[in-house]
Design a binder for this molecule. Structure first.
Ligand SMILES: [Zn+2]
Length: 162
């Protein structure tokens, strides 16, 4: 799932629950549930348990381009929200942190290849493939998934701001 999708989900959770620990836990759970939904990553990123994160995007430039666009979108969404809406920043932090910590750990694994993170990465990939393993192509189209996620982010952002 694109980072921005997790971020906006974390934002929604931080606005719905008034307790920091509960926000963090729910946001963490949201990442797990969202990752199980088929979203094109297996075609884009690969789903090789032995070589986590290295199967398809082996060209580092492509990975960085995606990561850069995704991070820019996330920051833009946050900027729009923070300037247009009064929010509890502590809860906002825990919501976003809980929603993205899985991907932060995956990114650390991508760069360091620390062995002790391998188990975690396998679990992350297992989530990604829980439903898609029954799909003929291994996932839905990444472009279609991207379209759905853009729609999701725009609709939720609109609902939050207005
Ligand atoms: Zn994930």
């Amino acid at each position: 799932m694109w980072f921005t999708t997790h971020v906006i989900t974390g934002v929604v959770i931080s606005q719905a629950i008034p307790n920091a620990q509960a926000v963090f836990g729910t946001a963490l759970l949201s990442h797990i549930i969202i990752d199980i939904l088929p979203h094109g990553d297996n075609i884009l990123m690969g789903n090789d348990m032995e070589e986590p994160l290295h199967a398809k995007i082996d060209k580092k430039r492509e990975f960085f381009l995606y990561a850069f666009i995704d991070a820019t979108c996330s920051l833009s969404v946050l900027a729009v929200l923070i300037f247009s809406k009064k929010m509890d920043l502590v809860l906002l932090f825990w919501g976003i942190f809980g929603a993205v910590i899985f991907d932060i750990i995956s990114s650390i694994n991508y760069f360091t290849r620390w062995k002790w993170l391998n188990k975690f990465e396998r679990f992350h990939i297992w989530l990604h493939t829980l439903l898609t393993r029954y799909f003929k192509k291994g996932d839905i189209s990444p472009k279609f998934a991207l379209g759905l996620q853009i729609l999701f982010v725009v609709v939720v952002l609109g609902a939050l701001v207005y």
